[in-house]
Design a protein around this ligand. Structure first.
Ligand code: GLU
Length: 511
């Protein structure tokens, strides 16, 4: 048995499609708890449902978690002493546990065909009820509790297909347990059905495989989404039936739509234009492509920071956390029961904040490839860092730096007509033209402050309007009325580029 102090948690996705951001949040909370407790974080692939298997989904899950930096201590890639970590490779393990439950009277064989089950469902519907295979009706079904022993034997000998079902207690038993987030939760067995544990195809169902593996892998805490809360009483009863210690449960709150009502779905993302998946996903059957946070330019640490706040808060005003800080601050006392509303604007804000935490040099190195894509040879890193530093406040993503700074790399082709009409008039154009000579003959330091002094002095001498000149000069240099401090732009563009741009503007717009 494991040392009682050693936390072992698992993230147990089913490879039935791309991992939803809610799944990444589940992985994250498992990871934070494991790291905080100096425990072990395990990846287990729950692929026993062959009908729902999707090609590429497992690789996608592994790549997505790697991109996020959620590193596993044990799992299908690196192995570990509790492996294999893919349930399809553990197939042989489960049967004997199902048999053990049959022997101890906690489970039974059921031979009902799908036609018989359909008929039972229809009969119930006709009476306005929903069919449930349970302690009240199981004696009227085709199973080893209802049929004579010999009949059961014969069917088994003839290999008539059957499933193994859990036998819910006949009495209405109260199942109570502590959930780390919800406190005491209770269920009545009269509300539960006899779930299938082992299928006719020789595979266990989720319930059996999940409980057996959590036990064999010595999982101490089961941290998963709220959608699994209804499975909790069955799982508790399974632990009891096996005579095993059960792990501590924590069911994380749902992630809700931006409007606040209902679970966040892929369709909400498509409708409102934000990703619900960590990485871009191409459906292998339909070819349909879904957006991913990575491809949309999110930093993994910003994505994690945003996800952490879907259901958790540190209890202080601090909102920006690096992953190590999340580990430090995380605790289940601060995880809410209530669903967490997803806000796409807030997601962008988190990325903006994490972008601002990076040095200008790092941002410049990330921006370089964007420039190359635009056909521009990136300037030396110190110059690019300077440019990035001037505009980064205005962007949330690295590729948005281009929209804010393209004029540093390409001269304007056109000039904003509204600005031309309003500003390019009177004595100012002639003065702007004169500035080419002024800059040519300028022998001071080519630096924003000194250049500003020089130009301001001339404006005063000629009694021109300072703002008017600035607007026109900006128009000539960037093509409109946007951008950071004009003299800083002049400094960075350099003498030759500045005079060239002025000449071009004067030639195009006239004096
Ligand atoms: N395979 C389940 C899933 O896809 C695991 C649920 C659990 O953690 O028990 O989410």
């Amino acid at each position: 048995m494991h040392n009682q102090n050693t936390v072992r948690v698992r993230f147990a996705p089913s490879p039935t499609g791309p991992l939803h951001m809610g799944g990444v949040r589940t992985a994250l909370f498992n990871y934070l708890f494991a790291r905080k407790q100096k425990g072990t974080f395990i990846l287990r692939i729950e692929d026993t449902d062959q009908t729902r298997y999707v090609k590429g989904a497992e690789d996608y899950i592994i790549e997505a978690l790697k991109w996020c930096g959620l590193e596993f201590d044990e799992g299908p890639v690196q192995g570990g002493e509790f492996g294999p970590y893919r349930q399809s490779e553990r197939k042989k393990i489960y049967r004997k546990f199902a048999d053990r439950l049959v022997e101890s009277g906690h489970a039974y064989y059921a031979f009902d065909t799908s036609e018989e089950l359909d008929a039972a469902r229809k009969a119930a519907e006709a009476k306005g009820q929903t069919f449930s295979y349970n302690s009240k009706n199981r004696l009227s079904m085709q199973n080893s509790l209802a049929l004579p022993k010999d009949d059961v034997k014969q069917r088994m000998a003839k290999e008539v297909p059957y499933v193994i079902r859990f036998k819910m207690p006949e009495d209405d038993v109260l199942v109570e347990d502590e959930d780390m987030i919800r406190g005491k939760v209770s269920f009545r067995t009269s509300e539960l059905d006899d779930k299938v544990l082992f299928k006719a195809d020789g595979m266990p169902t989720y319930h059996l495989a999940n409980v057996v593996d959590d036990h064999l892998m010595e999982i101490t805490h089961v941290i998963r989404g709220e959608e699994w809360l209804p499975s909790m009483p069955l799982h508790v009863l399974l632990y009891r039936a096996f005579g095993w210690d059960k792990p501590v449960f924590a069911h994380l709150p749902l992630i809700l739509k931006p409007q606040g009502k209902g679970k966040l779905s892929k369709r909400d993302g498509d409708k409102l234009g934000f990703p619900v998946f960590p990485l871009k996903w191409t459906d292998p059957d339909t070819g349909e492509v879904s957006a991913g946070y990575r491809e949309d330019g999110y930093f993994p640490e910003a994505f994690l920071n945003m996800l952490a706040f879907l259901g958790w808060n540190p209890g202080t005003d601090q909102e920006i956390f690096m992953p190590e800080q999340l580990i430090e601050a995380f605790s289940f006392d601060k995880v809410n029961k209530a669903g967490a509303r997803f806000d796409p604007e807030k997601a962008r804000w988190f990325n903006h904040q994490h972008l601002l935490m990076k040095t200008d040099e790092v941002l410049a190195s990330l921006f370089g490839p964007v420039l190359v894509e635009k056909g521009i040879i990136p300037p030396p890193v110190d110059r690019l860092a300077r440019i990035v530093g001037l505009v980064k406040e205005r962007v949330s993503f690295v590729n948005e730096l281009w929209d804010q700074s393209s004029f540093f790399f390409v001269a304007p082709e056109t000039y904003d007509e509204k600005v031309v009409k309003k500003r390019w008039k009177g004595d100012i154009p002639a003065f702007i033209q004169e500035l080419t000579e002024v800059f040519d003959g300028y022998d001071g330091e080519w630096e924003a402050m000194t250049l500003k002094e020089k130009v301001s002095g001339l404006i005063n001498q000629k009694q021109l309007n300072f703002g008017g000149v600035m607007n026109c000069l900006r128009l000539a240099l960037v093509g409109g009325s946007f951008g950071p401090d004009l003299f800083t732009i002049i400094e960075i563009l350099g003498r030759d580029e500045v005079t060239e741009r002025i000449t071009k503007a004067v030639n195009t717009l006239g004096v």
